[in-house]
Design a binder for this molecule. Structure first.
Ligand code: SAM
Length: 450
């Protein structure tokens, strides 16, 4: 199937109707507008996709509620608010949930400038901070100069509520400054800026950027962007309901507690890009940042971080005891083609086949649990747009998109359409050497709840 598509070039927005099995080559030079460019995040999708889905599926004159159950860094949420709709994002990852929250929270710019100016002036005066990362090897990851300066900034950000009060708008500004702080950490560390995993390369030596210069310029960028975002979404007052457009981000598991987290809210459209099989270790990716802000989520040490990894769909962090009794012969999924692929992985990869077939089986089981949960939250006729890439596991190709279609179909959805687009920004998208699967095309699956 993957070989049979035709490629079409798109210069502006994605056309409302994309022919079946077409792959678009979308000009993506505008992916950081508004607050989209606040923080790097692995496997972000391009804003054009949720924008297209919103235009296609919703009546623009009325305020609706849009859900992203794997919201990551909040691309869907930002686009929903810009289109004048309320939105709910769910993600198991605490840092991504905070990034999403900050990207979608309009701020009082006068108060923001007051607190930011205080922060800048205090940084200039302060010689030493009292915040220390809970990591014995911190000097491997950062230079002494970076450690000292990051400590000063983090110490001062901690003092904001003490100094300016505990009101909600002050806390919102404090979180905004924390994400601004987090966004410079990779660049001021000794670790490679672009790789998916956090590591210090001994062959490709890096000169970390100077902390204060980078933080001040990033803060300037953040303030300009949030001002424009706040002004734009605050102007979207709906005369019928007379309220401002809003967003809520919940840190939760979308394969287990989605229905409970949504608490009976009526969803008008769901848009998401779920995790890939075995491809991204989100926690490993954020290790440098978590040394400096992980205490907020109880993820400040490497051992706390490692124990969190198990919770992610698609994770490869699975203990042997969990799969010791599993084989794709004694446990089948009930989709023939998928079961045969799992057997192929198990039989052909002598070293890792057992583990990899279980990881893949678990991925589809968790995604099925997700479809069961999401089906409870969507009423008949509600569209669910899902963006996903296919994968390679132990040299066996998995048409993840087609298997997800089969799973969705047996859990209350019909597929209306499938098209794809070429992935351009490969930032943090691949496992090295393609072991987790080289994903060149993202498939857009257009489901409807039956
Ligand atoms: C491909 S990313 C989404 C990226 C997002 N579209 C963006 O633009 O930033 C998939 C997300 O699924 C999240 N995830 C993994 N397992 C999850 C689970 N069980 N429940 C909720 N979210 C989960 C990951 O933390 C990750 O943020």
């Amino acid at each position: 199937m993957n070989e049979e598509y035709k490629i079409k070039y798109v210069k502006k927005s994605i056309p409302n109707y994309v022919e079946k099995n077409t792959v678009l080559n979308i000009l993506t030079n505008d992916v950081t507008s508004f607050t989209h460019g606040f923080h790097k995040y692995p496997a972000k999708f391009i804003p054009q996709v949720p924008k297209w889905a919103i235009n296609k599926c919703l009546n623009m004159s009325q305020r609706k509620l849009i859900l992203d159950p794997f919201c990551g860094s909040g691309t869907t949420l930002v686009e929903s608010m810009l289109a004048g709709h309320n939105t709910i994002g769910i993600d198991i990852d605490p840092l991504s949930s905070l990034i999403s929250k900050v990207k979608t929270t309009p701020l009082n710019i006068k108060e923001l400038l007051k607190i930011s100016n205080w922060l800048i002036e205090s940084i200039k005066k302060k010689k030493k901070g009292c915040f220390t990362p809970d990591c014995k090897t911190i000097e491997h990851w950062f230079t002494k100069d970076s450690i000292n300066k990051l400590s000063v900034i983090r110490t001062l950000i901690n003092q904001i509520t003490e100094r300016f009060g505990n009101k909600k708008f002050v806390k919102d500004i404090q979180e905004f400054l924390l994400i601004c702080f987090s966004s410079i950490i990779r660049r001021v560390s000794n670790t490679d800026n672009e790789s998916q995993k956090t590591y210090v390369s001994h062959t490709k030596l890096k000169k970390p950027e100077e902390v204060y210069t980078l933080f001040f310029s990033q803060l300037d960028y953040f303030i300009k962007r949030i001002s424009y975002f706040s002004e734009t979404v605050n102007s979207k007052v709906n005369s019928k309901v007379n309220s401002k457009v809003n967003s809520k981000v919940i840190c939760a598991d979308s394969s287990q507690s989605l229905y409970k987290s949504l608490n009976g809210k009526k969803i008008d459209l769901a848009i998401t890009s779920p995790p890939y099989i075995k491809a991204i270790d989100y926690i490993y990716n954020q290790m440098a940042e978590l040394f400096w802000i992980g205490d907020i989520f109880d993820l400040q040490t490497q051992s706390l971080q490692n124990s969190k990894k198990k919770a992610y769909i698609g994770t490869k962090h699975i203990h042997k005891v969990e799969f010791k009794d599993f084989t794709p012969y004694n446990t089948t999924f009930g989709i023939n083609k998928l079961d045969n692929k799992l057997k192929k992985v198990y039989d052909t990869d002598k070293k890792y086949g057992h583990k990899h077939s279980y990881i893949t089986y678990k991925y589809f089981t968790d995604m099925e649990k997700h479809f069961i949960e999401v089906a409870k939250c969507l009423s008949s006729g509600t569209p669910y747009i899902m963006v996903v890439g296919d994968s390679m596991v132990s040299n066996v190709s998995f048409d993840t998109s087609d298997f997800l279609i089969d799973i969705a179909k047996r859990n209350g959805f019909k597929i209306k359409h499938k098209w794809g687009y070429v992935i351009k920004n490969r930032y943090m998208r691949f496992d090295r050497k393609g072991r987790g699967g080289i994903i060149k095309i993202d498939w857009v699956l257009n489901f409807t709840r039956i």
